[in-house]
Design a protein around this ligand. Structure first.
Ligand SMILES: Cc1cc2nc3c(=O)[nH]c(=O)nc-3n(C[C@H](O)[C@H](O)[C@H](O)COP(=O)(O)OP(=O)(O)OC[C@H]3O[C@@H](n4cnc5c(N)ncnc54)[C@H](O)[C@@H]3O)c2cc1C
Length: 415
């Protein structure tokens, strides 16, 4: 059986790994990047805490010695379901079974100025771009003699009070405290601020009220200006306009307010549900098709009784769906009945600042340093590659010990 997987994120990679070694199956994994990425730590790249290579790993290196597993670098362009063909930016591929696992992209809700000027946080490019942007603005702020412009260049607005927005705010606050004092003594005393804007009435929306309260308390103590029940509406001439009528002059708007499933050209629109997610049945088969499946953030499955509105878009859901589909494809081959997907919630966590995190387990909550240790451990385990785990642990150890990470390089790849 020829299987083509589009997307090597948590879902696609776990599917491929659990089918590797099965000589009856021939797998091609297609990705627009030649590496697998661990998005939960992206903001640590943008805040100069860790290197991009600590959270990414080349597919071809991973697939060494896996005879039934090949990699194809390319971007999905179109699906021709009638002839079991996918067209990519780098050639066509034919399949017996197609799996869509392309995740999501940033949703700007049609706000064109924001799309043009805000900085998203979805890819390595985004993270490095934000790092460059912050460092370049600091350099400009040192040079300008205009006190108003000095503050505007250093003001940072983060839109989105979910885990990514909270984690970015906390780490930026930490970065700025240690950076300003050491690298930019010229900027020591000023009125610049970090603003966290959330349209919800609490931070960390999907987490417990205790985690929400702790996130608010810790960020507040770090000096982050939190505005709840407020939305970012526009970004004009360097001013960020809020739904309250307020306007913040800021050279940086980090956009973590929403995602939308990646579109699949060739798949009829009727297959898409809320957030443009592809509607699948209990086995992750795309509604109305025979041999196309979708897993991870890109799909919407409402058959799990505990999640009638679909699963949250989390790494664990994607991993579990990838593993389950691998086992179902093996069942399909041997003529056995398929098993319906059921998500096992193992809890959720977020880091708020250096040494402080919150952890919600199905029957427990903890915070502070113990939660931070759990967070570190849980985020090292799934990093691909033993070398990467060691490098990441060393990077963290040095950055935290010295309070002076040395990754503040302005690297501008040629456009
Ligand atoms: C900044 C950030 C922080 C996060 N923090 C957490 C967290 O702390 N905990 C948690 O559980 N979840 C977190 N998430 C969510 C989590 O990362 C996702 O739920 C998870 O990555 C979904 O896995 P996936 O395989 O469905 O998609 P992805 O991991 O997004 O993988 C999609 C893959 O498809 C590829 N692709 C995309 N388009 C194409 C195309 N046209 N052609 C070919 N290939 C393509 C991409 O390169 C990528 O490799 C975070 C996400 C982000 C962005």
């Amino acid at each position: 059986m020829k299987i083509v997987i589009i997307g090597g994120g948590f879902a696609g990679l776990n599917l491929a790994k659990h089918l590797a070694g099965n000589q009856l199956i021939d797998i091609t994994l297609v990705d627009k990047n030649n590496y697998h990425l661990f998005p939960p730590l992206l903001y640590q790249v943008s805040t100069a805490f860790i290197e991009a290579s600590n959270i990414s790993y080349p597919f071809r290196r991973m697939f060494q010695y896996k005879e039934n597993l090949r990699f194809h670098l390319g971007k999905l362009k179109n699906i021709v379901a009638s002839s079991n063909k996918v067209e990519t930016s780098d050639g066509d591929l034919y399949y017996d079974c197609l799996i869509l696992a392309m995740g999501t992209e940033t949703n700007y809700f049609g706000l064109e100025n924001i799309k043009k000027h805000a900085l998203p946080m979805k890819t390595i490019d985004d993270a490095i771009h934000l790092r460059n942007h912050l460092l370049l603005n600091a350099e400009k702020a040192v040079r300008t003699n205009d006190p108003v412009e000095k503050v505007r260049l250093q003001n940072i607005v983060i839109s989105g009070g979910g885990p990514t927005g909270v984690e970015v705010s906390g780490m930026l606050a930490e970065m700025i405290h240690s950076l300003i004092n050491k690298d930019y003594p010229e900027l020591k005393k000023n009125d610049a601020n970090i603003y966290l804007i959330s349209s919800g009435n609490a931070l960390l929306g999907p987490m417990s009220p205790k985690s929400q309260a702790e996130a608010y308390k810790v960020l507040n103590s770090l000096g982050v200006q939190i505005k709840l029940n407020t939305a970012v509406k526009d970004y004009i001439d360097g001013d960020i306009h809020l739904s309250t009528g307020e306007c913040i002059p800021a050279a940086t708007l980090v956009w973590t307010s929403g995602v939308i499933a990646r579109q699949v050209p060739g798949l009829p629109d009727v297959y898409a549900g809320r957030g443009k997610r592809i509607i699948v049945d209990e086995f992750n088969k795309v509604q109305g098709t025979q041999n196309i499946f979708a897993i991870g953030d890109q799909c919407l499955q409402t058959t799990d009784v505990d999640y009638p509105n679909g699963h949250p878009q989390l790494a664990q859901v994607a991993i579990q769906q990838g593993i389950q589909l691998a086992s179902n494809l093996k069942r399909l081959q041997s003529g056995q009945a398929l098993k319906a997907f059921k998500y096992k919630n193992k809890g959720s966590m977020a880091i708020i600042s250096k040494y402080k995190a919150v952890v919600d387990l199905p029957n427990a909550f903890f915070k502070g340093l113990p939660a931070w240790f759990v967070w570190l451990f849980v985020h090292i385990i799934p990093i691909v590659g033993f070398g990467n785990k060691i490098k990441l642990a060393c990077n963290w150890f040095c950055s935290l010990l010295t309070n002076d990470p040395a990754l503040r390089l302005i690297i501008r790849p040629k456009k």
